[in-house]
Design a protein around this ligand. Sequence first.
Ligand SMILES: NC(=O)c1ccc[n+]([C@@H]2O[C@H](COP(=O)([O-])OP(=O)(O)OC[C@H]3O[C@@H](n4cnc5c(N)ncnc54)[C@H](OP(=O)(O)O)[C@@H]3O)[C@@H](O)[C@H]2O)c1
Length: 280
Amino acid sequence: MSHHEHFLLAGVMGWPVMHSRSPKLHNYWFEHYELAGAYVPLAVKPDGLEKALRALPALGFAGCNLTIPHKEQALRIVDHADARARRIGAISCVTVNADGSLTGTNNDWYGFVENLREAFPGWWADAGPAVVIGAGGASRAVVDALIHEGTKEIRLINRTRERATSLAHALDGPVTVLDWDKRHSALEGAALLVNTTSQGMVGNPALDLALDALPRTAEVCDIVYIPGETPLLKAARERGNRTVNGLGMLLHQARPAWRSWFDKDVEVTRELRALIEATI
Ligand SMILES: NC(=O)c1ccc[n+]([C@@H]2O[C@H](COP(=O)([O-])OP(=O)(O)OC[C@H]3O[C@@H](n4cnc5c(N)ncnc54)[C@H](OP(=O)(O)O)[C@@H]3O)[C@@H](O)[C@H]2O)c1
């Protein structure tokens, strides 16, 4: 293929998908780096996921991202998946290989860690115990990231305890599961608090969590980013904790995708962050 025929293509498969900020985010990079290409929303129903993924090579797509509800099902469809994606049990990104086969990876853990590093310069994972609230799909990537980065004690708390227990079992790290009613006292001595539940997200009530036991030196991350400051982050900030929302997680998880699709390193610029913030 001659160079001028090489139009770079990727997208995000979800159902629904039109709320996704990913097209705006990735299309910024095409423009910023002056590359001919496009990133499109792909509205794919769950029963059409396999056909849609298998169509990517013929359509000339370099790959795609996956969002709700496809992350787990896609892992079962792709031809190859790295150990991390298998451990997390979900993929967020598919890359089309030269032979047309599909490789799945999970980049959410990477986005989570890079977000913390950017927001809290000097952050290190074994500064002290981490408390993670929630045990859904995103929590699996967060807990895996903390284990991998070297956190020595992770206190995992979920409304539905069994979900936390099975997460801890699958990820096999220094994870202690605590009952939901212990969430307030579990904050004692913590260096990091992460909310991975959907509580505090627009349309949902605030996370019911009293911060009294949390050291003021602890860093607080809410992976929710709509609104930009959840009630949890507001309460933490007002008592002196350093806080960060989930927007950086979204922005940074997109970077490794560009490396695998287009062999290019891309940057989360201030301009990009402002562009996406303006849509929230
Ligand atoms: N920043 C990012 O890049 C990023 C990436 C992925 C996800 N997220 C956000 O993370 C959140 C979770 O996503 P997910 O994919 O993990 O969803 P999920 O798999 O559906 O998990 C939802 C979690 O929220 C908990 N929860 C729901 N309602 C609750 C309530 N009333 N009280 C207490 N806990 C409750 C659930 O507990 P039970 O198990 O008891 O139901 C579960 O732990 C969403 O807001 C999503 O937007 C952000």
